[in-house]
Design a protein. Sequence first.
Length: 258
Amino acid sequence: MGLLARVIVGVALLFGALMLFLEMGRRFALRRKRTDPEGAEKGLGAVEGAIFGLMGLLIAFTFSGAGERFQHRRDLILQESNDIGTAWMRLDLLPADAQPQMRQFFRDYLDARLRLYQHVGDVDATRVAWSEAAAMQTKIWQAAVTATHGRESNTVSALVLPPINDMFDIATTRGVAAESHPPPIVYVMLVLLALLCALLAGYDMAESRTRNWLHIVGFALIMTITLYVIVDLEYPRLGFIRVDKADHVLIELRSSMD
């Protein structure tokens, strides 16, 4: 099953579960009112207020955190482009005979970095691209150290090596940022609270003799979309919300290297 198909199935299951809990809440309320008409609504307001308030608070925090991490990942792409671009320009300081090999190493390294984030859904392709990028880091550093060894007053080393080191550091930072997500228990709580809220909402809808499909479908749909957007922001290379557009700065940098 493809990634898009899995996303559609997950959204459909969540929507169906919310609809089911809405109906369960309504039927439970009707049964309760038949057996205890006067006590069916007592104390319910305080419980609903606490649970819906907790749901709103959890959504606010997770949505805000997901949005911040999404923007941070975009900023890191721009920073990597700047770091690689700076290191690329500093290659002009190397001896003329060392520059062609170093420039080719840079091209191969950036190609591997681009492949790494173009096939995130493919574990094998991602692992290969990561290994290639790591291997190129070793080659670039060894070649840079060799090319700057013994230069006058170490001036060239001081100008060339730090940007290359920054270029490697930002790659590690991006890797860690891509794996930074809330603990799975947070998503479990979101789903469980959403289902509980649906149960309570269905309980309140029992006041009407007929089902209000606009409210029922609207509640389930809005809740489903909200939870999906939170998860999609957390994994911006797997769903419909994409951070890929920010990759154009790296692609343009690679084009300028030819």
